[in-house]
Design a protein around this ligand. Structure first.
Ligand SMILES: Nc1ncnc2c1ncn2[C@@H]1O[C@H](COP(=O)(O)OP(=O)(O)OP(=O)(O)O)[C@@H](O)[C@H]1O
Ligand SMILES: [Mg+2]
Length: 203
């Protein structure tokens, strides 16, 4: 039983995007997967599943993260698609999860609160080892280098793969697909490398 959680203070950074792609790729590896949509108001991942035909993984909406965590023992992998801005629930999620992923954009405005969020978890005695930044929605690869340096100085782990901002990623999701299922082999591959590295990170 493994729990991977996507959290962030900021909205729109790519939690649901990465959570869905991870569910798709994990299911391809024959794992039993629960994608727990913990944003009852938006229910982004749940709505997306309705567009998606014959998915073999389960997407369920949970009013609280606690309820989702209670289901985790029934699956090989539980993916928590967290809501933005919920500090109290975030700590409980982080304590129970094997890996806590915080997607972040490239601007200083994104990075400062993102680092603060992880600092708060470390202060509450969550191990730094299970906290991971993933860079998302980047305009250029050069941006990645700068952010990676910033995060290294802050003392956090980050994925060496990152996600570029691409209309095709949005489009794929509009059609009930994941970012690992776009029309363009190059973009699909980049997303797959990132998602696979997240699964590998657990080993
Ligand atoms: N790499 C990308 N390229 C283009 N569009 C993207 C990318 N990542 C995410 N998006 C789009 O940005 C929007 C926000 O992404 P997403 O829903 O994954 O963020 P979120 O962190 O789950 O947001 P929230 O905090 O509101 O739950 C969506 O419309 C999504 O399709
Ligand atoms: Mg979301």
């Amino acid at each position: 039983m493994t729990i991977i959680a996507f959290i962030s203070q900021k909205g729109g950074v790519g939690k649901s995007t990465l959570a869905r792609a991870l569910a798709v790729e994990a299911q391809k590896q024959k794992l039993s997967v629960l994608l727990a949509d913990c944003d009852q108001q938006q229910a982004t991942s749940y709505q997306w599943l309705q567009l998606r035909k014959k998915s073999k993984f389960k997407v369920e909406i949970f009013p609280t993260a606690q309820q989702a965590l209670r289901e985790a023992n029934k699956y090989d992998l539980t993916i928590i698609d967290g809501p933005a801005r919920t500090s109290h629930a975030t700590l409980e999620i982080a304590q129970k999860a094997n890996l806590v992923i915080q997607p972040t954009g490239a601007s200083r405005d994104d990075l400062i609160p993102a680092v603060k969020e992880f600092n708060a978890l470390v202060k509450a005695e969550v191990s730094k080892k299970k906290l991971l930044f993933v860079l998302t929605r980047l305009s250029t690869p050069a941006e990645a280098k700068a952010i990676q340096n910033y995060l290294k100085n802050a003392g956090y782990h980050y994925s060496s793969f990152y996600l570029m901002e691409k209309t095709s990623y949005k489009q794929a999701q509009n059609e009930g697909k994941s970012i690992t299922e776009t029309k363009y082999p190059g973009l699909t591959n980049q997303a797959k490398q990132l998602i696979t590295s997240l699964l590998d990170y657990l080993d």
